[in-house]
Structures are given as structure tokens and as C-alpha cells.
Design a protein around this ligand. Structure first.
Ligand SMILES: O=C(O)c1ccccc1N[C@@H]1O[C@H](COP(=O)(O)O)[C@@H](O)[C@H]1O
Length: 214
């Protein structure tokens, strides 16, 4: 089956259009001020409106409190909320119940224990995203670092919920990642950039083509 492709961290109309034209299925808007991809509410709302009805709009938040959730959901009206912090399964369930929005929970994977921990999230989230763990260095971002993990840990993984792979994917490795893992979707941010936060139209097109052709 053709994989679902998400391009994350879009912050301009031009690069959003590049993702749409390339055939991406989802676009991600990052609400995390320390990220070079962070969008303010008004800019994010405009980008979301531009994409709405054409692809799935994903709002990415990191350990948001309820005020930030309310602000972001009102401004962006996303189809899917990506939680990319240290949210517990209980917090994921509470957010879904309170805000009524489908949730994709991102989980960092470094060993079999992390894979086992995915089942608790599969019970409460609508989708799962497996990513590399962030570096332990001070100030490191919780995601969007261009780091991959050992894909063999998630090869053939079936959690009973849609699953996406991320972490260090790029146009050159995405087809191999999909063939090895047999996961139904991929998500990329830094692998389609020319510099942190600067999306590259040609790399977006090459990524989608490579993923869809895998
Ligand atoms: O992209 C960001 O800036 C970001 C910030 C905070 C949390 C997650 C972030 N991005 C997500 O990280 C993964 C992997 O990204 P990369 O392709 O390795 O750069 C991806 O799911 C992004 O959605």
C-alpha cells in the first residue's frame, strides 16, 4: 500500500505549497518556540487554512498545558494533534477526552523497552509515531534533530493503530526505511531542509517521490 507521507515544520506558504504539489498527505505545523520551525498562531492559522481540505493538517505541540492546547486548536483547527513531548498515556487520554481531537503520540525509540512501552500509548492514541530519542545535551530539541534510530526495532511492528516512522529520514534513505520496516507512513522535517528551519522545495519533492515509490 502507498505510504502516508507527512512533511513537518512548514512555516511559509511557498514551502507548504511545495508539499501539497509534491503529493504529501499531511503537513505539520510546529508550535514550540525553541524550534526554528515554530509558527505563531496567526501565521499557523493562515497556513492551516491554506492546506485544509487538501491534506491532513497536523499541529505539533510539546507537553502543552490546557491553555496552549486551546489556543492552538482554536487558531489552527488541525485534523490531528501531534504530541511530541513526555506526555504520559493518561495525559494523552485526558487531552483526547477534553478537546475531542485525534492524537498522534510520538515516542522515542532506542531499545526493546521503548517498543514495549508503545502498547500503553496504542490503547489511548489514534496514531503512533516512532522517532529517535533526542540527544541528552542541554537545550536539545525533543524532535526535529535529523537523528535516526535502529529501524530493526520496529520492523513489522503492529500496534493495531496507524503507525508512522520518523527520525533522520531524507530522500536518500526513506525508501529503504519503508521497505525494511513495512510501516505505513513516514514523517520528515530536517531531511527536507537546506538549513535548520529552511525547507527546500526540491528535497520535499524528492522525498515524497522516493517514499511513494518504495
Ligand atoms: O521539527 C521540529 O522542530 C520539532 C520540534 C519539537 C518536537 C518535534 C519536532 N519535529 C518532529 O521530529 C521528528 C523527526 O524530525 P527529523 O526529520 O529527524 O528532523 C518529526 O516527527 C518531526 O515531526
Amino acid at each position: 500500500m502507498t505510504p502516508t507521507v507527512k512533511i513537518c515544520g512548514l512555516s511559509t506558504p511557498e514551502t507548504l505549497d511545495a508539499a501539497l504539489e509534491a503529493g504529501a498527505d499531511m503537513v505539520g505545523l510546529v508550535r514550540f518556540p525553541r524550534s526554528p520551525r515554530h509558527v505563531e498562531l496567526d501565521a499557523g492559522g493562515a497556513l492551516a487554512a491554506r492546506a485544509r481540505g487538501r491534506v491532513g493538517v497536523v499541529a505539533l505541540l510539546v507537553d502543552p498545558d490546557d491553555d496552549e492546547l486551546a489556543r492552538t486548536l482554536e487558531a489552527l483547527r488541525p485534523d490531528l494533534l501531534q504530541l511530541h513531548g513526555r506526555e504520559s498515556p493518561e495525559r494523552v487520554a485526558a487531552i483526547r477526552a477534553r478537546f475531542g481531537v485525534p492524537v498522534m503520540k510520538a515516542v522515542g525509540i532506542a531499545d526493546e523497552g521503548d517498543v514495549a512501552g508503545l502498547h500503553a500509548y496504542a490503547a489511548v492514541a489514534d496514531r503512533l509515531l516512532v522517532d529517535a530519542k533526542p540527544p541528552r545535551t542541554a537545550g536539545a530539541l525533543p524532535g526535529g534533530n535529523g537523528l535516526s534510530f535502529d529501524w530493526r526495532l520496529v520492523t513489522g511492528l503492529d500496534l493495531g493503530k496507524p503507525l508512522m516512522l520518523s527520525g533522520g529520514l531524507d530522500p536518500a534513505n526513506v525508501a529503504a526505511a519503508l521497505r525494511l520496516t513495512r510501516i505505513g507512513g513516514v514523517d520528515v522535517s530536517s531531511g527536507v531542509e537546506s538549513a535548520p528551519g529552511i525547507k527546500d522545495r526540491a528535497r520535499i519533492a524528492a522525498f515524497v517521490e522516493a517514499a511513494k515509490g518504495a
